[in-house]
Design a protein around this ligand. Structure first.
Ligand code: C2E
Ligand code: MG
Ligand code: MG
Length: 750
């Protein structure tokens, strides 16, 4: 780039200078030419004038000399007497005295005496005629040579003749004239053939490759018919030749100036393009991802451009750093993100002779509840607090937030200290947090994988720590678990089951079984509980205890639950109108905003009266968000359906919410019923529950009644309904009628 721009500018300025030089050289030459021509013309005018003056002088002198002789008495007498020898002698002596070339006597009768050599008879006659016509002076050409001629009249008193004196006007004489002008005009007297104009004429001719300026003008002749020209010549080429040193000097200086201009333009454009080249180089570096700054100190536009460029580069780098930081860090907590964590794991694995490390995966227990009840800003603040606490607990660990309420930590230590760290983490996050004026208790579950034995790459280490975390959560939250190889197989089995479960609904592998609830006071079956069965083509009958948690985890419980509601209502619609149907509602289903409309649809489609439908929910719903749970329960109740609390006594029981929401029924968990025969205390618990339910206007159902002894105690303790193998195991819908008949018969028999 530098070369082209510099070259372009150099060529431009160089060419400009050369053009200007050529123009000025041409102009100078033209000016010199016209000056030289004007000088020559002036000198020619001077020469011409000089010739006139000399001619006048010569004619005057010749005339004077002639008068001297014509006035001489002796001479006149000799003329009068026709004494030719005397005339000739007098002429001869005067010729010597006045340095004449010829002295001639012309008689009135036409006789001539004196120097007449080489003058033809015609020329003599012409001379006489001219004199006779009164001519007195002028140029005459005799014997091929020009002569200045002046005549004096000889009168005594009558005209007797003329004394004619002549001086040669040959090249030498003209040369003498030329000496009087400043340049040699090579004057020449030339006879002229034509008789056209007599004015001064100047023309330029080419002779032997030279430009010659020629001026010609007529000079006065003695014989009228003669024409004589004074010709002045001067070579313009020679005249200009005298100026050629100047032109050469100009040319030389022009050349020198041209070289100087080219060098100067090159240096100037190089100086100009140097910063541009530096900018271009820097820009290329920056685009290649390197750091580059331009060092231009000037205060001109280029300097300003360079400073702007540097500012731009710095801004781009800052932004790049920010973007890179954003790409590798979590914007909320400032911790590393999953991408950076994976990189760190890969680095730690590559470290030569590395002693191995532990990878901790953490998941907050009940974070969703915090978000739902206290709002996202508080949830975010809690996550920041958690990040701080993790940093304090593992100051040497590499901590990352994987998203949501998931965190991961790399700690370089062995298995025993990993166990210690896991314990510390559970403990640290188990302590209550004070966030935005709220006291929040959230535990954490921790899964741990150890490198290199649990994985040789980031993906498997993270997956295994996640499996351990899953186990920790399932084994009861707020605990830590190490990865075990069986977890992987379990996870795979779970995954396979998940895939199968996905298809189960569409393939019609799900069906409902029904278990009767026997009303003790009514002494008849008052209801059936719908219990889901999965008739797997390979696994056989799969227990809901095995697949419901998976369906809840994957969200499949939503479509499955919807199907259960529709199916249960449809079948119950075929029964006698005094038999209810109880349907289990999973917490996941319960929290789904569509539940109400699904229940309504199921009722509408089956035509079942709402009060014949009993929804069973579990106490775990109250752990998360009591307010929201109560609101949802009331809205369900508003549909006219009944609500029962399933597995009562196993979970997070609180008298306050029993008071806040009047359940239609409490289902006493099977564990209490089993205990009935084992120790007496259990009877007291049953009694307490039934009297509490009575007080709150709720019915009671005892679950899992298998023996008549249990039945007797329950009856004695005021329990309203019995459900259990004692009466019937869950049966397919097709067997319901037969069962009802059989139970009726039993009753009749009893
Ligand atoms: P659950 O609602 O407490 O249902 C009662 C469970 O106790 C049933 O187990 C039933 O077969 C069993 N059972 C009844 N009488 C006896 C007895 O005398 N002895 C013993 N040992 N067990 C008895 P099942 O059918 O395996 O269901 C287990 C759990 O799966 C249910 O507990 C319920 O929580 C859940 N479940 C079943 N079907 C559905 C459903 O359609 N939706 C939802 N969300 N959960 C369901
Ligand atoms: Mg139930
Ligand atoms: Mg139950």
């Amino acid at each position: 780039m530098q070369s082209t721009l510099t070259l372009k500018m150099t060529m431009f300025y160089g060419a400009l200078f050369v053009a200007v030089s050529i123009l000025s050289l041409y102009g100078t030459r033209k000016a010199i030419e016209s000056y030289a021509e004007s000088v020559i013309r002036r000198e020619m005018a001077v020469g011409s004038a000089l010739f006139d003056r000399i001619a006048i002088l010569q004619f005057h002198q010749l005339g004077q000399a002639g008068n001297v002789l014509a006035g001489d008495f002796g001479f006149r007498e000799a003329v009068g007497t026709g004494d030719v020898p005397t005339i000739e002698s007098a002429l001869h002596s005067l010729r010597g005295r006045f340095q004449l070339d010829r002295a001639i006597f012309v008689g009135v009768d036409g006789t001539l005496a004196g120097d007449l050599s080489q003058i033809s008879v015609r020329e003599r006659t012409q001379l006489y005629d001219a004199l006779d016509a009164g001519q007195q002076q002028g140029i005459v050409r005799w014997a091929g040579e020009s002569h200045m001629v002046a005549a004096a009249r000889i009168q005594a008193p009558a005209l007797m003749g003329w004394v004619v004196f002549a001086r040669n006007m040959g090249p030498r004489d003209l040369q003498a004239l030329a000496k009087l002008t400043s340049i040699d005009l090579a004057p020449q007297l030339v006879p002229r053939a034509d008789k056209s104009g007599v004015g001064i004429k100047t023309r330029e001719v080419e002779q032997d490759g030279k430009r010659i300026l020629i001026q010609s003008r007529a000079v006065p002749t003695l014989i009228k018919s003669d024409r004589e020209l004074l010709v002045l010549k001067y070579s313009l080429t020679d005249a200009l030749a005298s100026y050629s040193p100047i032109l050469w000097a100009l040319f030389g200086f022009g050349g020198l100036g041209g070289i100087t201009a080219i060098v100067g333009a090159w240096v100037a454009s190089r100086n100009l393009t140097k910063p541009i080249v530096a900018l271009e180089r820097a820009a290329r570096k920056v685009s290649a991802g390197e750091h580059a700054e331009v060092n231009v100190e000037t205060r001109d536009e280029i300097g300003r451009l360079a400073r702007s460029f540097n500012r731009m580069v710095n801004a781009v780098e800052t932004r790049e750093r920010q973007i890179a930081h954003m790409a590798f860090h979590d914007s909320l907590t400032g911790l590393a993100n999953r991408v950076l964590l994976r990189e760190q794991i890969a680095l730690a694995l590559q470290r030569p002779g590395g002693s191995g490390f532990a990878l901790f995966c953490l998941d907050l227990d009940n974070f969703k509840g915090v978000n739902d009840t206290l709002g996202h800003p508080t949830g975010d603040a809690l996550l920041c607090e958690v990040a701080t606490r993790l940093t304090q607990t593992c100051p040497n660990g590499f901590i990352a937030r994987l998203g949501g309420d998931e965190f991961a930590i790399i700690v370089q230590d062995g298995c025993t200290s990993a166990d210690q760290t896991g314990r510390s983490l559970v403990k640290a996050l188990g302590r209550p947090f004070a966030v935005n004026g709220h006291r929040i208790v959230t535990g954490t579950s921790v899964g741990i994988s150890l490198a290199p034995q649990d994985g040789r790459d980031a993906t498997s280490l993270l997956k295994n720590a996640d499996l351990a975390l899953y186990r920790a959560k399932h084994d009861g939250k707020a605990s830590h678990r190490f990865f075990e190889s069986t977890m992987d197989a379990e996870a795979q089995a779970r995954r396979a089951m998940e895939v199968d479960l996905h298809d189960a609904l569409n393939k019609g592998e799900l069906e409902l079984h029904f278990q009767p609830l026997f009303g003790l006071s009514q002494n008849r079956v008052t209801a059936f509980e719908a219990l889901l069965r999965w008739n797997h083509p390979v696994r056989g009958m799969v227990s809901p205890a095995d697949f419901i948690p998976l369906a809840e985890e994957t969200g499949l419980i939503i479509p499955i639950g919807e199907w259960v509601l529709h199916e249960a209502c449809r079948i119950a619609g075929t029964w006698a109108s005094d038999i209810r149907i109880a349907v289990n509602i999973s917490p996941v289903q319960f929290r789904n905003s569509m539940l109400n409309s699904i229940v309504l649809q199921a009722l509408a489609r089956s035509g079942l009266e709402p009060q014949r439908l009993e929804l069973e929910i579990t106490e775990s719903l109250f752990i998360d968000n009591v307010e929201a749970t109560l609101a949802s329960l009331h809205s369900l109740r508003a549909l006219g359906v009944r609500v029962a609390l399933d597995d009562f006594g196993t979970g997070y029981s609180s008298l306050s919410y029993l008071r806040s929401f009047p359940f239609d029924k409490l289902k006493i968990d099977r564990s209490f019923i089993v205990d009935l025969l084992a120790h007496d205390g259990a009877t007291a618990i049953i009694r307490a529950i039934t009297s509490l339910a009575d007080a709150l206007g709720m019915e009671t159902t005892a679950e899992g009644v298998e023996s008549s002894e249990q039945l007797d105690i329950l009856r004695a303790e005021g329990c309203g309904q019995i459900q259990g193998y004692l009466f019937s195991r869950p049966i397919p819908a097709s067997e319901v009628d037969a069962l009802l008949c059989k139970l009726d018969e039993k009753r009749v028999a009893a």
